[in-house]
Each structure stands twice: as structure tokens, then as C-alpha cells.
Design a protein around this ligand. Structure first.
Ligand SMILES: NC(=O)c1ccc[n+]([C@@H]2O[C@H](COP(=O)([O-])OP(=O)(O)OC[C@H]3O[C@@H](n4cnc5c(N)ncnc54)[C@H](O)[C@@H]3O)[C@@H](O)[C@H]2O)c1
Length: 425
């Protein structure tokens, strides 16, 4: 799969080199700041003017790294957020971190990626290194980026370098951050891989080279699909345990005492965020196009997608024990972010649960210390404060996502009925 290599492209020139970071969101910002910290000049290009203005002002709302880091990088001028594409004209490297969502039909929406590829191709210079970090289907780097760059610059591995380095950010994870998480590097040619390794070794402790961008793209999707499949399995097991009168947590804890060959996953109200429910669909989509469908993964995705509706059934069942008819019941959801200790509600199961309850005519309020409001069926709903009065008034309090700063003991003591959708440690 390697291209012809007759000479090495311009080698990395050192910390004075500037990097064009395209898409400065959850993933892009920490990457931008990591390179800025190591002496690179990082131009953070993003198409969202409000987001760029917030970055320029060091607004803590947009910060997925530490606010201090952002302010420091802005102060010393090592990080420059902008909507001005011309600022990218002299970059020695480009790193692309734009979104790769699904369209309403559940198939990959590559529009941001394609727009970024076209834009980058217009601003690259000979000798440039282009790295894609956005998660996508195996073949994306070669299909979408390579032809545009070849047309503009010539021979890959000779006139420019191109490769895929999958992002591994885990929002809210204080232990594993960009600086101590190994990265996979797959260049289009061996020279591309070497060049990208030399770049990333400035900011990450360990890089693992693979033979192609496709190997790196597939490894990333294997990681996310592994989680999706295992979560689907314990979600299904939980339904069985509920029917059989068993405590699924007790069962998983018991199995987890085996010191080899087992890894504990926990059931829940469903999977959320931009990765676990979304990225595996890039793989199933590509596999169907190759006439090699991934049935197990497709079943897992469907199982997890259905899990919030199972939670709604559980809620309706508990509400039957209330003296008020369901149509007058008031339900309090606690924690609407898709995982503990973050403010991210993208694809959050809590939103599906809220929408469904509202559609069933049940009144719903929510409390989340990190999420001040959410949009439910086009209407803004605001987080309510926890109080004795509220907890006495509701028919049921449901723990959907347990943030560390939620007082579980207080809620269970004051509320007449409590349903816990969380599991595990
Ligand atoms: N969030 C995560 O935890 C996570 C983890 C691993 C991988 N990923 C992957 O990383 C990629 C980025 O995800 P994210 O969570 O950072 O998304 P995000 O929405 O937080 O950020 C993407 C940014 O790109 C900007 N953008 C959109 N189109 C653009 C364009 N054409 N040019 C320049 N900027 C553009 C948006 O305005 C936004 O600020 C996705 O492929 C995602 O699957 C995300």
C-alpha cells in the first residue's frame, strides 16, 4: 500500500514549526494545547465563530483541558484560535479533529470531514504533514484526503506526508490524559509513519506504528466497538437478572474475582457521548458496503439503543405503586450528562428517557449540577435545585448519572420512591 518514495520530505524543523489544528472541540483543544506547551505555534482553526470567540476569551465553559493552560497559551501566543483560513497558509503540519456524527438515518455524516479536507488541500505547502484524528470508517484517510493532496502537491511520502492517528480522549478521566496515553500511528507510507511519529513524540509518551491508516482506523473502531458490545451484553444480562430475581451487580462482582480472562462491564440506562454509540456505526456501514456485515456489533448497537426505553418501562412500573395516576405523576431525573462528572449531553440516554416520559404525558424535572438546561422536543428545560420540598413532592426520583457531587444519601432519605439506573463501582 506504500506509495513510491524517492526522497524524504522536509524533516520536522523543531518547536518553531506551526501546526494548523482544524476543529478545536473536545478532542482538538487538548491536542492544540499539548503542542503549544511543547513550543509549537498552533493555529486553531474552527468554523464556529462563537466557539472561537469563547476560546479567544479563555471562556472556562469551552475548556476541555485546564483553563489555566488555555490562558497561558493565549498569553504567550503559542495558541491562536481563529476563523480566518488564511492563517493556515504557512503551517508545517495539519491535524484534523472535526466531528464525524451520524445523519438522521444513522449513517456516517462525512460532510465536516470532506469540507476540512478540501480546505486543508487549498492551504498546504510542499513538505507538509497532514494527520487525521477524527474517528471514521477504514479507508477514510486514503479515500478523502489522499486524492486532494496528491492533486495539489504530488507524491505522498515524497512531497507530503499523510496518516491517521486515532484520538483516545476519555472526557472526565483524571488518570489517563493525552500526555500519558499511547497513540497508534498509521501513515500512508513508511516515511509518512516516521514523520508523524517524530511529530507526536513531542506530546505523547509512546506511539505504536502500524502498517497503514486503515489498520489505525480499524483499531480505533475495534476499541469503541469492544465497549459497545460488552455493555450491550451486560445490559441484556441485566434484563434477564431482573426477570429471574437476581442482582446483576452481585453477579458481575462475583465474576470479576477471576484474575484472568474477564473484564467487568456494567449495565446502565444506555450508552451516550460522541463515540460509543456513534463510531461503531462507521464500521458496520463500511462492513455492509464490503458485503461482510458485522452482525454481532449491529445487534449490540440496537440493544444499547433500546436500553433507555427499558429504563422508561422500569419507571412506569415503579409509578404504578404511586397513589397518583401516571398522567399526574412527577418524576425527577438526577444526572442527565451521558457519564459522571462531565457536562456533555450528546446522545445522552437521559434525554431519550425524558422525551419518552414527556410523550407519555408524565411530568418530568431534572437535576444536574453540570447541565443547566437541555432541549426536549424543542423546549428548554432547566435543571432544578434539590430541596426537601421538591423531593417530597415528586412521585419518583431516578438516578440516571451519578456525579461525584450528588448527595445520594440525602435523595434516598427524602424521596418517597427511588429508582437507581446506575450500576457498578
Ligand atoms: N469527544 C470524545 O470523547 C472523542 C473521543 C475520541 C474521538 N472523538 C472523535 O474526534 C472527532 C472530533 O470530536 P469532538 O468531540 O472533538 O467534536 P466537537 O464537536 O467537540 O468539536 C469539533 C469542532 O470542529 C468544528 N468544525 C466542524 N466542521 C469544521 C470544519 N469544516 N473546519 C473546521 N472546524 C470545523 C466544530 O465547530 C467544533 O468546534 C470526532 O471524529 C469524534 O468521533 C471524540
Amino acid at each position: 500500500m506504500s506509495g513510491t518514495e524517492t526522497s524524504s520530505p522536509k524533516s520536522h524543523e523543531g518547536p518553531e514549526e506551526s501546526i494548523g489544528l482544524v476543529g478545536v472541540g473536545y478532542v482538538g483543544l487538548p491536542v492544540a494545547l499539548a503542542f503549544a506547551r511543547r513550543g509549537f505555534h498552533v493555529i486553531g482553526y474552527d468554523t464556529n465563530p462563537a466557539h472561537v470567540a469563547a476560546l479567544q476569551n479563555g471562556d472556562p465553559e469551552v475548556v476541555t483541558a485546564t483553563a489555566d493552560e488555555l490562558l497561558e497559551a493565549l498569553k504567550v501566543g503559542s495558541f491562536e484560535p481563529t476563523t480566518d483560513v488564511s492563517r493556515l497558509d504557512h503551517c508545517g503540519a495539519f491535524i484534523i479533529c472535526v466531528p464525524t456524527p451520524l445523519d438522521p438515518g444513522g449513517t456516517p455524516d462525512l460532510s465536516a470531514l470532506q469540507a476540512a479536507a478540501r480546505m486543508v488541500a487549498q492551504h498546504v505547502q510542499p513538505g507538509v504533514t497532514v494527520v487525521l484524528e477524527s474517528t471514521s470508517y477504514p479507508g477514510t484517510t486514503r479515500d478523502i484526503f489522499l486524492p486532494l493532496l496528491e492533486q495539489r502537491l504530488g507524491q505522498v511520502g515524497q512531497d507530503f506526508c499523510l496518516g491517521f492517528v486515532p484520538e483516545r480522549i476519555d472526557p472526565g478521566n483524571a488518570t489517563y490524559r493525552l500526555e500519558n496515553t499511547p497513540r497508534i500511528v498509521g501513515g500512508v507510507t513508511a516515511t509518512c509513519t516516521d514523520r508523524i511519529l517524530a511529530l507526536y513524540e513531542h506530546v505523547v509518551p509512546q506511539c505504536y506504528p502500524v502498517s497503514s491508516p486503515e489498520a489505525a482506523e480499524t483499531a480505533k473502531l475495534l476499541e469503541n466497538s469492544f465497549r459497545n458490545i460488552n455493555i450491550a451484553w451486560v445490559n441484556e444480562l441485566m434484563r434477564f437478572c431482573d426477570e429471574a430475581g437476581l442482582d446483576v451487580d452481585e453477579v458481575i462482582r462475583a465474576a470479576a474475582t477471576k484474575p484472568f480472562g474477564f473484564m467487568a462491564f456494567w449495565p446502565g440506562p444506555g450508552v451516550g457521548g460522541e463515540c460509543i454509540p456513534v463510531d461503531p456505526r462507521y464500521l458496520t456501514w463500511r462492513a455492509r458496503r464490503a458485503r461482510s456485515p458485522l452482525h454481532l456489533l449491529e445487534r449490540a448497537l440496537d440493544t444499547n439503543d433500546w436500553q433507555p426505553f427499558y429504563a422508561v418501562q422500569q419507571i412506569q412500573y415503579v409509578l404504578q405503586q404511586s397513589t397518583r395516576p401516571a398522567s399526574e405523576a412527577l418524576v425527577l431525573l438526577i444526572g442527565v450528562a451521558y457519564k459522571p462528572n462531565v457536562a456533555d449531553v450528546r446522545n445522552a440516554p437521559a434525554l431519550v428517557i425524558m422525551e419518552r416520559l414527556v410523550r407519555c404525558g408524565i411530568r418530568v424535572v431534572y437535576h444536574d449540577p453540570y447541565v443547566s438546561s437541555v432541549d426536549i422536543n424543542g423546549e428548554f428545560c432547566h435543571s432544578v435545585s434539590l430541596s426537601d420540598d421538591l423531593l417530597h413532592e415528586v412521585d419518583l426520583a431516578v438516578m440516571v448519572t451519578e456525579h461525584a457531587n450528588i448527595d445520594r444519601e440525602y435523595i434516598t432519605r427524602e424521596t418517597p420512591r427511588f429508582l437507581d439506573l446506575t450500576h457498578g463501582d
